[in-house]
Design a protein around this ligand. Structure first.
Ligand SMILES: [Zn+2]
Length: 309
């Protein structure tokens, strides 16, 4: 299975359009020891022909253009993108669907709750179903294993197991709608299984780590994990106000209960942080946090990476 990291930043990207923090400012000035990043986006394929997107980032159009494997191959309108798996209804995970609205057929795999939010409350997504042969919605449960299908409905060689990681819906979802949705369908973790039996664990947003999740992670071969914030109060330190990492649904990387410490015992998977916020000090490759992460055996994903499982 091929895995392409098209984007590796958290929402807003790096630099973020309205941010003049030390990182964003020095990156624009060309003095930052690190890389710019688009918003987190991953694409996977078992055969190099049919590709599947894990979520759909706001930067998707540029990310597709930067990735020749995702370009059209046949004359006229064409795309090797056969499907999109949504792990939540967050704007950073769904906005890219609007860049896929040009009457192209593909499948969207998501929970019934996310489909209701997109299909019943946000009419702009009706552009994905203007003609009968356009998007097929594949409703998945919050604890289910299912195959990813090619455009012709054949197995792609890839299957996914999803499970609930959290119960919080995005703030744009109305209180009334939230009350009618299943809490366990708000945020999914995904284990992607390749035809060779290797496991990719994809979790760009992890609100909490318990023993059952740790067990799933230990069974994976490649872990793409929430690296949004270094510390719980990071945004408050930079902005002077705001929410903590945990309030935003992300366990921080550092600290006694952070992911570096909690996942230190994992022996099997290659460990890679994705979804890194522009304020996270581990983006600075000349700094101590970057060295600490690398010394702990973790990698920090960058846009354009290609991995194999
Ligand atoms: Zn910034």
């Amino acid at each position: 299975m091929q895995i392409k990291i098209l984007g590796s930043a958290a929402g807003g990207g790096f630099p973020q359009w309205n941010c003049n923090c030390r990182h964003c400012e020095s990156l624009r000035a060309g003095t930052f020891s690190g890389k710019s990043r688009t918003q987190t986006q991953v694409a996977i394929s078992n055969d190099g022909r049919a590709w599947f997107l894990l979520n759909a980032s706001p930067d998707l159009r540029l990310q597709i253009e930067a990735t020749p494997a995702l370009h059209p191959r046949n004359a006229g309108r064409d795309s090797p993108i056969a499907g999109v798996l949504l792990t939540s209804g967050d704007i950073d995970q769904i906005a890219g669907l609007l860049s896929l609205r040009e009457l192209q057929p593909f499948r969207i795999y998501c929970t019934a709750s996310i489909r209701r939010i997109l299909g019943e409350d946000n009419s702009v997504f009706a552009m994905l179903n203007r003609v009968p042969e356009q998007v097929s919605w594949m409703e998945i449960g919050s604890d289910e294993t299912f195959p990813l299908l090619t455009l012709t409905g054949d197995g792609s060689g890839i299957s996914c197991t999803v499970f609930s990681l959290g119960s919080r819906y995005p703030v744009y979802v109305s209180r009334e709608r939230r009350a009618s949705l299943k809490p366990e369908e708000a945020l999914l973790g995904v284990i992607v299984t390749s035809s060779s039996g290797k496991y990719l664990a994809y979790m760009p947003a992890v609100p909490a780590l318990d023993d059952s999740l740790l067990q799933r992670l230990e069974e994976s071969d490649l872990l793409l994990f929430d690296g949004t914030f270094w510390s719980d109060d990071e945004l408050i330190q930079v902005q002077g106000s705001g929410s903590t990492a945990r309030q935003m649904g992300h366990i921080p990387v550092s600290g006694a209960e952070g992911s570096l410490r909690k996942l230190a015992g994992l022996r099997r998977p290659r460990k890679v942080f994705v979804h890194i916020n522009n304020t996270n000090p581990m983006l600075d490759e000349s700094g101590p946090q970057y060295r600490e992460v690398r010394a702990a055996g973790w990698e920090i994903a960058a846009d354009g990476w290609s991995l194999e499982l």
